[in-house]
Design a protein around this ligand. Structure first.
Ligand SMILES: [Mg+2]
Length: 270
C-alpha cells in the first residue's frame, strides 16, 4: 500500500533548539528511495517551506501556515482537480483568510481595547530575528505571511479571554502556541488541508496509508486526520497532551528529529 507521510517541521523534523535535521537525513534518503511522499504540514510560510524543500531535496506537495493553503507542484498528480489559483509552478488550494483582513482585524481590536498587540507585520526583519531567535534570512522568510498573522500580546493573562472573544467576533480564529498568538481564517487548520490532500493521493494511488508526525497543539487536527498519528518528545522531555487521545497514537522516545527517525523506522522503513 502507498504510504504518505505528513510531517510538522519545527520541533518535529527540525530541532527546536537550532533548526537542525542532520540526524534525519539517512531516513529521508530511504523514504525518497521508496517513493514515500514527505508532505510538510507546518505553520511556516511558502518561502520557509521552499527553503527546506530545497535543502532536503523534497518535491512533494506541502501545507503552509497551519493549513492556510496547499501547494501542489504542477504535473504532480496525473489528473485535474479544482484549485484556488496558480502561483509559479504550483497549483494552490487556499483555506485561509487574506493577510490584509487579518491585519485589519488586529488594528480594530487594538483601537477598541487599547491592548498592546504587535504583529510580525509591525516589526522589522531585524526585530523579528531578535524576538524569534532567527537569522536575518530566516526572519525575512518568516515575515512573508499570506494566510495568518503571528503577534505578541503584551497584556496580563486575564485579558486573554477578551482577546479571544474579539477575534471570534470578527469572524476569525485564534491560537496560542509558545511566545506568539496567531490569528487565522476559520476554515484553516492542518486537518482540513491533510484531508483534502489525502483525497488527491487516494485518487492517484487507490489505497493509501497516511502517517502524521507532530509535537504540539497546532498538530492535533493533522494527527486526527491521519491513519497513524505519532508525536515526538519536546525539548523538555514531555509529550503533547491530546484529549481524547487517539487509540493508536505512537509516542516516540526521541526528542524532535531523533523521534521523527524513530517513527519513520517503525512504520515505514523497518
Ligand atoms: Mg511543531
Amino acid at each position: 500500500m502507498k504510504i504518505v507521510l505528513f510531517t510538522d517541521l519545527d520541533g518535529t523534523l527540525l530541532s527546536l533548539s537550532d533548526y537542525s535535521y542532520d540526524v534525519a537525513l539517512p531516513a529521508l534518503a530511504e523514504l525518497k528511495k521508496r517513493k514515500v511522499p514527505v508532505v510538510f504540514c507546518t505553520a511556516k510560510t511558502l518561502a520557509e517551506n521552499e527553503y527546506y524543500r530545497a535543502k532536503l531535496g523534497i518535491e512533494d506537495p506541502f501545507i503552509v501556515e497551519n493549513g492556510g493553503a496547499i501547494f501542489i507542484p504542477r504535473n504532480y498528480f496525473s489528473f485535474e482537480f479544482p484549485y484556488s489559483n496558480e502561483q509559479g509552478h504550483y497549483y494552490v488550494i487556499e483555506f485561509g483568510a487574506r493577510y490584509d483582513e487579518l491585519r485589519a482585524a488586529l488594528d480594530a481590536i487594538r483601537s477598541e481595547t487599547g491592548f498592546k498587540i504587535t504583529g510580525f507585520g509591525d516589526m522589522t526583519v531585524k526585530e523579528v530575528a531578535e524576538d524569534a531567535n532567527l537569522s536575518l534570512d530566516q526572519a525575512r522568510r518568516a515575515k512573508e505571511k499570506v494566510y495568518n498573522e503571528s503577534f505578541i500580546f503584551d497584556e496580563p493573562e486575564d485579558k486573554e479571554p477578551i482577546l479571544f472573544d474579539k477575534v471570534q467576533d470578527k469572524g476569525f480564529n485564534i491560537t496560542h502556541g509558545g511566545r506568539y498568538y496567531n490569528i487565522h481564517g476559520i476554515n484553516a487548520d492542518k486537518g482540513k488541508a491533510v484531508k483534502r490532500l489525502t483525497e488527491l493521493f487516494r485518487r492517484e494511488y487507490g489505497a493509501v496509508m497516511t502517517i502524521g508526525i507532530g509535537d504540539s497543539k497546532n498538530d492535533i487536527p493533522m494527527l486526527k486526520a491521519v491513519d497513524q498519528p505519532a508525536i515526538v518528545k519536546r525539548l523538555d522531555g514531555t509529550w503533547l497532551d491530546i484529549y481524547p487521545e487517539p487509540e493508536n497514537l505512537y509516542k516516540a522516545e526521541g526528542v524532535g528529529p531523533a523521534g521523527w527517525v524513530e517513527v519513520v523506522e517503525k512504520f515505514i522503513i523497518s
